[in-house]
Design a binder for this molecule. Sequence first.
Ligand code: DGL
Length: 266
Amino acid sequence: MDKRPIGIMDSGLGGLSVTRVLRDQLPAESVIFVGDQGHFPYGTKTKEQVQRFALAIGEFLVAQQAKLMIIACNTATAAALPLLQQQLPIPVIGVIEPGAIAATKHGYQKIGVIGTESTIKNGAYERTLAKLAPDLTVISQPAQPLVSIVEHGQTGTKKAQQAVDRELAVYDHQQIQALILGCTHFPFLQQEISNKLGDNVRLIDPAFETISQTKDLLTSRGLLSDGRKPAIDLYSTGDVKDLVAGADKWLPDGYTRCQHLDLRED
Ligand code: DGL
């Protein structure tokens, strides 16, 4: 049994879509969540910048005694997963391979992937999917404007629906069977995305497979916690107001504290 917290990071509120699944499936675990709002958005930054931000957060999480780190950000997973796995003394899990595994469980022939500019340019989903299901047709589409809609609390608005309709127009005549939500902000636009694509297109949120892998890893290494009162500590490198608003909306069981974090990367 190991009561040390699980560290989770994202550029902003998107990581809460992974945190809520973790809270649901691993309710005894303490969490330290870092939203890097000070550097938001990641999707338009260079790979080197995102690597620096993610490493600084990983080092902070290790200093806070995290027993495992989840990069709850597709952009940072694509840019920095191998680097963090190499540099940090704890296991590090990303969201892209789990998302690809979840998408290839149902024998689909044609799927879509939406993500940030940087994730789609990186091609990480295509590469992983090609290994898992070489015959699968994948239509990738950057949808960066949707990230700010979520980050700025505009889900459920007409503006959100219009933005989704515009960004996903590429799928209008493609007959995709499923869509990977390849940015952790996007599950919060699930309703708008379903309105656009219809109920026949299955939306794949990589968070579920990510947390299932996290659970397997903690179990196999004897690292699960039996904590009755886990602490959920939230940090924002930007304005805590935005993180508080997101957590109030999307973490149904609440959290313990939300603080500002002044993080300096080299
Ligand atoms: N939520 C992040 C992702 O999964 C990054 C969004 C951004 O900061 O551009 O890619």
